[in-house]
Design a protein around this ligand. Structure first.
Ligand code: KG4
Ligand code: ZN
Length: 341
């Protein structure tokens, strides 16, 4: 039986991006508007939560209106409103959730609370309305989710069916990139800055530890972070200039290599058919190239504009809840710490 057609409005405000999008059938992007606060937070070297929620309040109406306008639809043409319920910053999440509740109450359309990490996984299904569709990911699949707040390996045997195999014991991968960038005096967000600096460096200039944590599917980035710190301190004590490019390239290699090696091992052990890599760190060039060249299974990595936070992925995931009539109550509350399984 063919799946029902539905047009979902997605809203995302979990961190420092105010985003809204219109997506049909969990795959086709009709609009995808993202108002980034990166420039604002860069002066503080990271996200300033209070400032983020105030900026969301200012941006949410224009962003939602623009998403509807660009998709050439009226709010009445939407079948449901999907919104990021968590995890994320409480004061930021509440802005999107209240907007979604307001629209749902005013229009009588269903409201769907979506897990932000689930949204990242569903970014692998999306394509632009004017592009040709790619093959959708097939189950069972293994998702490597790497963002500023999370690093997780999740097994999916069907839509909306998640088994968390493991995750970071300390910093998320993106958080480690952001902290090391700060140490190396590179601008926020750290991931793109490290990647850029690392392009001119040698990835084997320093041999930083790669914590494989054998016997688990967990990650740990505290060892590599401390090793970079010690290397920097050692060079500074000797009065030598920091080889920023080499440090960035070697750090990036250590993190990307562990992520790829563990993902490929887990994919083999759990006999998955395909792999999805998603979340902000999946924009990393080394990570993308390495997993694509080393995997014997198909690997889905979203295009760069869908790796970092956006609302198309929330609308995409929302569709799969919609077809199961998995709706949320109108008094939906935010869940700042909401694990995926
Ligand atoms: O998914 P995302 O946009 O927000 C969260 O859900 O956290 O991920 C943001 C994270 C930041 O830590 C940022 O430094 C990292 O993704 N990131 C990257 C790259 N682009 C963004 N990390 C490594 N390489 C990149 N090219
Ligand atoms: Zn995210």
């Amino acid at each position: 039986m063919p799946l029902p057609t539905a047009r979902i409005l997605g809203i995302e405000t979990s961190c420092d991006e105010t985003a809204a999008a219109v997506v049909s059938d969990g795959r086709v992007i009709h609009s995808n508007v993202v108002a980034s606060q990166i420039d604002l937070h860069a002066q503080y070297g990271g996200v300033f939560p209070e400032l983020a929620s105030r900026e969301h309040v200012k941006a949410i109406y224009p962003v939602v209106n623009e998403a509807l306008r660009q998709a050439h639809v009226d709010i009445q043409d939407i079948d449901a409103i999907a919104v990021t319920q968590g995890p994320g910053l409480a004061g930021s999440l509440v802005v999107g959730v209240n907007m979604a509740k307001g629209i749902a109450l005013a229009t009588g359309k269903p409201l769907i609370g979506v897990n932000h990490m689930e949204g990242h996984i569903y970014s692998a299904w999306l394509y632009l309305a004017n592009a040709s569709p790619h093959q959708a990911p097939r189950f069972p699949l293994l998702a490597l989710l790497v963002s500023g707040g999370h690093s997780e390996l999740v097994l999916m045997t069907d839509h909306l069916t998640y088994q968390r195999l493991g995750g970071t014991l300390d910093d998320a991968a993106g958080e480690a990139f952001d902290k090391i960038a700060r140490l190396l005096d590179l601008p926020y967000p750290g991931g793109p800055s490290i990647q850029k600096a690392g392009m001119a460096g040698k990835d084997d200039a320093f041999s930083f530890p790669k914590a494989m944590l054998e016997g688990t599917w967990d990650f740990s980035f505290s060892g590599v972070k401390t090793a970079v710190l010690r290397a920097v301190e050692g060079l500074q004590e000797q009065g030598r200039p920091l080889p920023t490019e080499d440090l960035a390239a070697s750090f990036q290699a250590a993190v990307a290599d562990v992520l790829v090696e563990k993902t490929l091992l887990a994919a083999k052990e759990h006999k998955v058919r395909e792999i999805v890599v998603a979340g902000g760190v999946s924009a990393n060039k080394r990570l993308r190239e390495k997993i694509l060249s080393q995997s014997t299974r198909p690997v889905h990595i979203p295009p760069l504009f869908l790796c970092t936070d956006n609302a198309a992925m929330i609308a995409g995931a929302g569709y799969f809840h919609y077809i199961q009539e998995d709706f949320s109550p109108f008094d939906l509350d935010v869940l700042p710490t909401w694990p995926l399984s």
